[in-house]
Structure formats: C-alpha cells, structure tokens
Design a protein around this ligand. Structure first.
Ligand code: TYD
Length: 212
C-alpha cells in the first residue's frame, strides 16, 4: 500500500491544465510534491514523447500510438510515480491513463478492452486516488491554444469532441474518482473549485502542510 497521494489532471487540448497545475503548485507549497507530465516525465519517456508529438510521424498507426504512450507511462510509473508514492509524496500528473482511453479509444477508435488491458499492464495497478477533469468545448480549447499545433492537436475539432465525450463517459463510470470542473469559466473560478476539491481530499487523508 502506498503512503502518498496520486492526483491526475485530464482534459482536451487547450483546457487549461498547465495553468491550473502551476497554480496548484503554489497552493501546495510546503507539501512533498512531485510533478509529472505525460507523455514524458523521465528521460526515456521524453524521447518517446518526441516521436509521438512530431508532426512528421503521420504513419504511426492508432495501436502503435497506444503502445508508445503505454511505454512512456510504464517508464514514468516505475522510475518516478511508484517510488514517490512509497516515499509518501504527493504526485501531480498532467495526464495519465484516462488520456489513453479518451484519445486513442474515443478519439481514434482503438478497442476499449484492448486499451484497458494495456493500461493495466503499463501502470501495474498504480491508479490515481483522484482525477480532476477540466471539461471544455473543443472550439474554446482551440481558441485558447497558442504556439504550433502538435500531431494530436492537428486532428481538429471533431476529434477533440470525441475525446471530450470519452472523458465525460469515464467520469460517469468512475464518479467517485473523478471531479469534473466546467473549464469554460474564468480561471479564478476554475482554480477555486480545484483547490477546494484538493483540500477536501488532503484533509480527508489526514494531510497537513509540511507533513511530508
Ligand atoms: P501536450 O503538449 O503535453 O498537451 P497538453 O498540454 O494538452 O497535455 O501533448 C500531449 C498530447 O498527447 C495531447 O494531445 C494528448 C495526447 N495523449 C494521448 O493521445 N494519449 C495519452 O495516453 C496521453 C498521455 C496523451
């Protein structure tokens, strides 16, 4: 049994996860915190990330894509997430296994049973204690994005709409793990909602600031 706390953040591209994570880092100052982003988080996973997000790699098939995300996840779980949880730390993950179900499953149409098995194998049963889903309309997500679109972002609005529906379906199936936040509101409201939820979890698990 791990002693730490594992929180993941999910949402379509442009849903504001990165800004929220920066805010949560300020709020959680004093706690033993470890941040990871997926795909990535370790040197090996970052190399796999380069393959996955490179716009030149349009030949990757949906199943290969799923395997690559799983490989990157396997590495970060073994190298960083599991040891951190065993040391009693709080792990904040910018995306985790739900991204695979939403993107490769609902977005690309890869068989969901296959993906659940893959997720089980690559996480070795290391699941988030809680997941914050920033729910947003794809058109708003698109408007908020800046910089050059990566391979997944280039898929467009219809793809993002399927991903969003996938997330909402997961949130309905696992209502006790998910906390869905309407991310179309002003950032202060979104942040307030997320912090309130996080503090509730921390208190319920007996965490205090500097308790690490
Ligand atoms: P990133 O630039 O990190 O996007 P964001 O800031 O929105 O998280 O790119 C990650 C991309 O990879 C994003 O488009 C979602 C996609 N992805 C999957 O398709 N499957 C997965 O399992 C994961 C973890 C990410």
């Amino acid at each position: 049994m791990s002693k730490g706390l594992f929180i993941s953040l999910e949402g379509i591209d442009g849903s504001g996860k990165t800004t929220l994570i920066q805010h949560l880092n300020r709020v959680l100052e004093g706690y033993p915190l470890v941040n990871i982003r997926e795909p990535g988080g370790t040197a090996i996973s970052e190399k796999i990330r380069e393959i996955l997000l490179n716009v030149d790699n349009h030949q990757i098939t949906p199943r290969t894509e799923a395997f690559l995300y799983a490989a990157a996840r396997s590495q970060v779980v073994e190298q960083l997430i599991r040891p951190s949880l065993e040391q009693g730390k709080i792990v904040l993950a910018d995306r985790y296994l739900d991204s695979t179900i939403a993107y490769q499953g609902y977005g690309r149409g890869v068989d969901l049973e296959f993906l659940h098995t893959l997720n089980y194998l690559c996480t070795a049963g290391t699941l988030p204690d809680a997941t914050i889903l920033l729910d947003l309309e794809p058109a708003l997500g698109e408007a908020r994005r800046h910089g050059k679109a990566d391979r997944l972002e280039k898929e467009g609005r219809e793809f993002q709409a399927r991903v969003r529906q996938g997330y909402l379906q997961l949130a309905r199936q696992e209502a006790e793990r998910f906390h869905v936040i309407d991310a179309s509101r002003a950032f202060d409201d979104v942040a307030h909602d997320a912090v309130e939820y996080l503090q509730k979890i921390l208190v319920s698990r007996g965490w205090k600031p500097d308790a690490g």
